[in-house]
Design a protein around this ligand. Sequence first.
Ligand code: ADP
Ligand code: MG
Length: 343
Amino acid sequence: MAENRTEVSTVGEFGLIDHLTKNIEITNASTIVGVGDDAAVIDHFGKQTVITNDLLVEGVHFDLMYTPLKHLGYKSVVVNLSDIYAMNATPTQILLGLAFSNRFSVEALDEFYEGVYAACNYYGVDLIGGDTTTSQKGFLISCTAIGEVTPDKYVRRSGAQQRDLLCVSGDLGAAYLGLTLLEREKQIFLESPSVQPDLEGEKYIIGRILKPEARKDIIQFFSDRDVMPTAMMDISDGLSSEILHICKQSNVGCVLYEDKLPIAEETREAAFKFNLDPTACALSGGEDYELLFTIKQEDYDTIKENDAISVIGYMTEPEKGAHIYTKGGNTFPLTAQGWNAFK
Ligand code: ADP
Ligand code: MG
């Protein structure tokens, strides 16, 4: 760590911004003016514009003891793009606001930006601006993502209808178990620093927490196959909490089937080791960044051709509320035990 440490104070704020942004190559026609002026200019040429922002705070949303800066940079972008995809839109630009203490060197910020640019590259978005300032303590990241959508093709949380099918992409619960494992290893390390962490065989769950991906492929599939979900959102707080949002905002109820929940084998095994119920992890874990959406029944034949999509239930009259039908044949009301930032 000690070798090759450049203090941010030696390059100055403008020198740092220039250093971090000098290799940007604009890839979207919608980016008219990028980094370097007082503001960026974008033109979505007749499309509608979708915007979202997320704030990530060290010690609250991430722990640098087990989060590599490059992964953090990648994830800071991905969690924002996930919100753009959740509107059925395509992300085109991001802005990145950073605050950091003098604990962070130019080299550390370079590592963070390596992850940022890797995500920009992979998802085809331009970094068009941001802000850079100091903090007394810790690292704060504010990311804004901008996207485009064909007029009125955006999908809100409020459009689900009775008898629509409830669907989810990918698999659930792995990120929560990855986080549980990393937290456990951290405690072991703090108590006895000589013990090397044993993370072999846990690559999948750790990857799901440290390097999540946004479901660009699902939005592409909808567009290719002419499917328009009736409601959609991404799963950041946990499946059950997100389902309750859709039910409330769409004024519908829902039945969810436990045996339909997509849970990876690696997740089941990890849950078993930690003495946790895989279903509880899938329902309340959070940070999955999968898409939760509802479709009309007539779209079922199209949806079932995509292996990355599972139908997990259906929407009902609002009076029936939201329930889960368990493998044992019992029915329980769904509760929002999604991760709560204010807990
Ligand atoms: P101002 O003082 O007018 O806010 P800045 O000096 O903060 O301008 O920013 C100069 C340019 O660099 C702007 O285009 C801004 O969007 C961009 N910028 C500032 N910080 C960052 C950053 N961390 N990442 C990317 N671009 C940045
Ligand atoms: Mg500024």
